[in-house]
Write a new protein. Structure first.
Length: 134
């Protein structure tokens, strides 16, 4: 019997968010993405649980709405730290098992009303990518 439209398989949810299946499985197993189990023990994800992970778009000029941008390298995660020091601020964003740190203006943090626990996207724009052996 197929799942109701409000419940998604992990593969469907991963596809909807534009992330890999292993990433969404990690979120499920770590408990950061709530699921319900079918009688057969399979995880199903409520569509409403994905809202915090989905990038938002703005259809208006409302300054409180997220802005649409052309950058495609967007990684959606959760803010784990915001530190404001004078004109600058450090924002740490947790994306799966990784953390990205960004230095932005404190005005930008205040304008976006960023705080720990918020959903946010890191937009990566670069003309070079370096590789380091790990």
């Amino acid at each position: 019997m197929p799942a109701p439209p409000s419940l998604l398989t992990p593969r469907q949810a991963a596809s909807l968010l534009g992330i890999s299946y292993p990433t969404i499985k990690q979120w499920i197993l770590r408990g950061s993405l709530p699921t319900v189990k079918t009688p057969g023990g399979h995880h199903r994800i409520a569509a409403t649980a994905l809202t915090r992970y989905q990038p938002q778009t703005a259809a208006s000029n409302d300054p409180q709405s997220p802005r649409q941008i052309s950058g495609r390298n967007q990684l959606v995660g959760v803010v784990t730290e915001v530190t404001i020091d004078g004109l600058m601020a450090r924002v740490k964003l947790r994306i799966g098992e990784q953390t990205i740190t960004s230095i932005i203006t404190s005005d930008a943090v205040r304008e976006m009303r960023l705080k720990k626990g918020d959903s946010a996207a890191a937009v990566i724009k670069s003309t070079e990518v370096m590789i380091a052996r790990v």
